[in-house]
Design a protein around this ligand. Structure first.
Ligand SMILES: [Zn+2]
Length: 214
């Protein structure tokens, strides 16, 4: 996340696994002191947001932003009218022998996809997470990108990582939001095969053998 201040300085935040915003309503006349390790605080009228536990929280100059942006992979939440970001992502995947399940977790390849979206996007695209990037079709990689753009927008709008389209406008319980994430051993919502789990590069990977591998 990049927040631009007065057109000069940018606050860059990466929530990582433990980062969290706590939003509360306050009396603007009696603003409470920060409790614990608050890294950033925003106040607007009666609303207060405290940031705790992010992996990154730093103030950058314009020049420093350029350096970070170059280092980070394409970001599905960035405006991409000319398709440059999508094309960068497609080329990075197609030129790599690494499994697509790992590529989606690599911030150099695509920014902002965590463990939930990695599993869900590959399920929705019916792609085996173990396939090396260079064995995918360009059209498959483009579909992954478009779905990431779509799902992340839903996430930002609703505050929930909902990947079942029919539940987008509802407020589904955690157990109902996804197809495969944290559903190991439960029947697939599409083909009824029990959802699989394995450890891929120290992170849990969820997928459906019926939909994605057979
Ligand atoms: Zn399935």
């Amino acid at each position: 996340m990049f927040l631009l201040f007065d057109n000069q300085l940018t606050l860059r935040i990466h929530l990582g696994i433990y980062g969290k915003w706590n939003v509360s309503e306050i009396d603007p006349e009696a603003i409470p002191d920060p409790v614990g390790q608050v890294r950033a605080r925003f106040i607007s009228g009666q609303n207060l947001a405290d940031l705790r536990g992010p992996t990154v929280c730093e103030v950058l100059t314009k020049a420093e932003v350029k350096v970070v942006e170059k280092r980070l992979g394409p970001d599905p939440l960035n405006p991409d009218r000319d398709g440059t970001e999508q094309e960068r992502f497609v080329q990075k995947v197609l030129s790599s022998k690494t499994a697509i399940g790992l590529l989606l977790m690599n911030q150099d390849v695509i920014a902002g996809i965590g463990n939930v979206y990695r599993a869900e996007i590959l399920f929705r695209a019916k792609i085996d997470p173990h396939r090396p990037g260079n064995t995918l079709q360009a059209s498959e990689v483009e579909e992954i990108w478009r779905d990431a753009v779509d799902l992340l927008k839903v996430g930002v709008k609703t505050g929930f990582m909902i990947t079942r389209d029919e539940l987008r406008t509802k407020r589904p319980k955690r157990a109902d939001r996804n197809f495969v994430y944290k559903r190991e051993g439960l029947p697939c919502r599409v083909c009824s095969t029990n959802i699989s789990i394995e450890i891929m590069a120290a992170r849990k990977l969820y997928f459906c053998v019926g939909c994605q591998i057979n």
